[in-house]
Design a protein around this ligand. Structure first.
Ligand SMILES: C[S@@+](CC[C@H](N)C(=O)[O-])C[C@H]1O[C@@H](n2cnc3c(N)ncnc32)[C@H](O)[C@@H]1O
Length: 208
């Protein structure tokens, strides 16, 4: 493995912690084989769970990381995954541009701390597929306004353990303040909405 690959990976883990449990919890909750992760940076964790993951990022460091195929393979092996069985694809691109990806070809779209991914990339998700989105950049709120999505579950984290809950969903995405939520407002603030409950993330199903 190239030195920068290891450094970038260790830095990533220091920053966000080990997310293996997050993706394993999603895998326990819904069926996924193919995932699309725009704004991934070097978070290769989904590939420890799923056999086909496509990563998209504009950052050149991410491009260099994924270009080290032997290094990426080593990381998979370190996590008990056979690199010959898990396809890792990286596209160096702006996800708001046209990506060289077939519409409706993914089971899961991942949106973590990287802007309004649901607005630009939902077309790549199959009907009946899922959007995993955290609330930090306003994308969860954007998805809640999008008629193509229905809330399927919430991802909660307790003592470092992630799980997906599907009960009492009507008690989530309830704004603390009495404001009319619009896409324009979300774009203007670029931040999430203060809700009465704060799960780590939301799992929406694409229904249209
Ligand atoms: C804060 S990092 C989050 C990385 C990763 N999702 C995580 O949770 O650790 C945001 C990443 O999104 C990427 N990004 C933001 N806007 C993007 C865009 N329009 N197209 C592609 N990548 C983008 C940035 O380059 C950066 O690597």
């Amino acid at each position: 493995m190239l030195e920068p690959t290891r450094e970038l990976w260790e830095q990533q883990n220091r920053l966000v912690g080990d997310r293996t449990g997050l993706f394993d919890a999603i895998s326990d909750a819904v069926h996924v084989s193919t995932a699309l992760y725009p704004g991934s940076y070097v978070d290769i964790t989904p590939s420890f769970t799923w056999p086909s993951v496509t990563y998209v990022d504009v950052d050149r460091r991410a491009e260099r990381f994924f270009a080290d195929e032997a290094g990426v393979g080593e990381l998979l092996v370190e996590h008990g995954v056979d690199p010959d069985l898990h396809a890792v694809r990286f596209i160096q691109a702006d996800y708001t541009d046209d990506l060289d990806i077939r519409d409706g070809s993914f089971d899961l779209l991942v949106s973590l701390y990287a802007g309004f991914i649901s607005e630009h990339c939902t077309r790549h998700l199959r009907h009946g597929g899922f959007l995993l989105v955290n609330p930090s950049h306003g994308d969860a709120a954007a998805a809640s306004l999008n008629a193509q999505y229905r809330l399927h579950g919430v991802v909660v984290s307790r003592a470092g353990r992630y799980s997906v809950r599907t009960d009492a969903l009507d008690t989530y995405l309830v704004s603390k303040r009495d404001v009319e939520l619009t896409l324009e407002l979300l774009h203007k603030t670029g931040r999430g909405v203060a809700y009465t409950k704060s799960p780590f993330a939301y799992l929406f199903e694409r229904v249209a």
